[in-house]
Ligand binder design. Structure first.
Ligand code: CAA
Length: 260
């Protein structure tokens, strides 16, 4: 598929998606949301992809939010549809079988932070800036910020971030667990790639079922979550990867997983 606003590059088992509207600091307009949605559908059906990375083009910005110029023209009905388009994408990223890492290389504001929060792991460069500035514009966060931010950092912190619109730098985001690691600008993509390669070297079915159990569990009580975990645990026992993984351990050999 040829895209206008995103670059999709496959490096062995890793797909790197770069949001590529640098003149608008990679702001998410409808076309970009739709292209990302289509890219997710392609990846979901490609069993050779084991890990996805999402980043922004240029030195300055991951994503500086939903596109304010486009939103300026919208009626309330169109705004609702735009919000739902964002939710559809964010939920699709979360439900993608493969893990998704956000390499946050600069501004992650509004829809940019919401996109990063829909990813499974967030790594940031030192110049990254996180925030939900929607109330500065007279609107509410619309791509899941009011829902995912409290789940990630707790109600008190999320409310402060959403209501004051004050941005957080990478170290503050790290301290509150919003990002897993912080690197220099120069290191970020290489380090993200290294983490992606590490995950891609693990048993792919086990990786995907682990991701699935984490999200299923969020919406379940402990006992139901454990019941789901027991099911996916059992499912892995039929896989070639599990058989080869156990055999290699017992024979003190290295294993290369096939995703079968
Ligand atoms: N939408 C559309 N265009 C944007 C944009 C956005 N979210 N953010 C930046 N741009 C554009 C600017 O309009 C500017 O375009 P021109 O050169 O054509 O004027 C270009 O990107 C560069 O931006 P700046 O000159 O402003 O760059 P800066 O370095 O001085 O400032 C910034 C950077 C602090 C990120 C500033 O651009 C800014 O505040 N952007 C808006 C951030 C924001 O409010 N995001 C939330 C949007 S609402 C949202 O996301 C709702 C939701 O939840 C769905």
């Amino acid at each position: 598929m040829v895209y206008e606003n995103i670059l999709v590059e496959k490096r062995e088992h890793i797909t790197l998606i770069t949001i590529n509207r640098p003149k608008a600091l990679n702001a998410l307009n409808s076309k970009t949301l739709t292209e990302l949605d289509q890219a997710m559908d392609e990846i979901a059906l490609d069993s050779t992809v084991r890990v996805v990375i999402i980043t922004g083009s240029g030195e300055k910005s991951f994503v500086a939010g939903a596109d304010i110029s486009e939103m300026n023209e919208k009626t309330p009905m169109e705004a609702r549809y735009f919000s739902q388009l964002g939710h559809k994408l964010m939920n699709k990223i979360e439900a993608l079988p493969q893990p998704v890492i956000a390499a946050v290389n600069g501004f992650a504001l509004g829809g940019g932070l919401e996109l990063a929060m829909a990813c499974d792991i967030r790594l940031a460069s030192e110049n990254a800036l996180f925030g939900q500035p929607e109330v500065n514009l007279g609107i509410v966060a619309g791509f899941g910020g009011t829902q995912r931010l409290p789940r990630l950092v707790g109600n008190g912190r999320a409310t402060e971030i959403l209501l004051t619109a004050e941005p957080l730098d990478a170290n503050e985001a790290y301290r509150m667990g919003l990002v897993n690691r912080v690197y220099t600008k120069e290191e970020l993509l290489d380090e993200t790639m290294k983490m992606a390669q590490k995950i891609a070297s693990k048993a792919p079915i086990a990786v995907q079922l682990t991701k699935s159990a984490i999200y299923k569990g969020e919406n379940m009580d402990l006992i139901s979550g454990q019941a789901y975990e027991a099911e996916v645990f059992a499912e892995t026992f039929n896989t070639e990867d599990r058989k080869n993984g156990f055999k290699a351990f017992l024979e003190k050999k290295q294993v290369v997983f096939q995703g079968k």
